[in-house]
Design a protein around this ligand. Structure first.
Ligand code: 16G
Length: 260
């Protein structure tokens, strides 16, 4: 079915069907869920939709706005609108200390990274505190945009004491693999997870609207002796990542409950 036929008002507009913008909005929604409009398909410009449907441009805009809000349609400045590609959520158990590369490989997803920056710097007060450094001990910083199966999923900003990772250029695909080679692979970590709206910079890297929801994680990881090796701040696309925690009551609770 061509886009003209899909939008032909004879196929969906009725005088008793409620406000016309709502009928058009529902037409788009059902055409997307029935796969008549497929992911990635470009949509005609507003004035053309108005011409096909016989509705005003204001009505068309009112119908399309909520679809953009719901993430069914993606509007790109200059290049028109397209039907959004559904995002498959990645589920990540919270209790295992793994690297991004390991997580994605386990799921059979391909990974890519775009280096945004890396180098050796004097530490910030936060790095001094979390990594247990003195102010004259430098840090290696790595900033990457990481993709899962072509989808930009997370912006990661990692800082490590230069004593652990002297040359940030040594990292190729996986930081943890490099740390393993250097004999500094972390064995435990503490993570803080919080929700935040994306600022303009991270939103454009992750290819979503500014202000969209994101999940942000700050991980400090340690060697078995307790030395901190990494402070990494990760900004995930909110709709693409789920953290899953398995919760158990402790053995002593089981005994107590059994006795009751
Ligand atoms: C994960 C870690 C991050 C670590 C990275 C190493 C979380 C929240 N963060 O993304 O702290 O630096 O893996 O991945 O899981 P890599 O070895 O693939 O570079």
């Amino acid at each position: 079915m061509s886009i003209q036929e899909i939008l032909d008002p004879a196929n969906w507009l009725s005088t008793t069907g409620g406000p016309r913008y709502l009928q058009l909005q529902r037409r788009f929604e059902s055409a997307i869920s029935d796969n008549l409009l497929q992911p990635g398909m470009p949509l005609p410009p507003e004035r053309e939709i108005a011409a096909i449907t016989g509705l005003s441009r204001v009505t068309v805009r009112k119908a399309v706005g909520p679809l953009v809000q719901q993430g069914l349609i993606v509007q790109r400045r200059g290049s028109g609108s397209v039907v959004a590609k559904p995002v498959e959520r990645v589920e990540q158990p919270l209790s295992r200390l793994t690297s991004f590369t390991e997580d994605m490989n386990r799921r059979g997803l391909s990974t890519e990274a775009k280096w945004l920056a890396r180098g050796v710097f004097m530490p910030s007060p936060e790095e001094i505190m979390t990594l247990g450094l003195s102010s004259d001990q430098s840090v290696s910083r790595l900033e990457r945009l990481r993709y899962a199966d072509g989808l930009p999923l997370v912006v990661e900003r990692a800082s490590l004491p230069s004593e652990i990772l002297p040359d940030p250029m040594d990292v190729e695909l996986s930081l943890y693999e490099t740390l393993d080679i250097l004999g500094f692979k972390p064995v435990k970590a503490i993570q803080r997870i919080y929700a935040a709206n994306l600022n303009a910079g991270d939103a454009s890297l992750l290819d979503v609207e500014e202000g969209a929801a994101s999940l942000q994680i700050s991980r400090i990881s340690f060697l078995s002796g307790g030395r901190a090796v990494e402070l990494t701040k990760s900004v995930y696309r909110g709709e693409a990542y789920d953290f899953v925690a398995e919760l158990k009551i402790s053995d002593s609770d089981v005994v107590q409950n059994g006795e009751q």
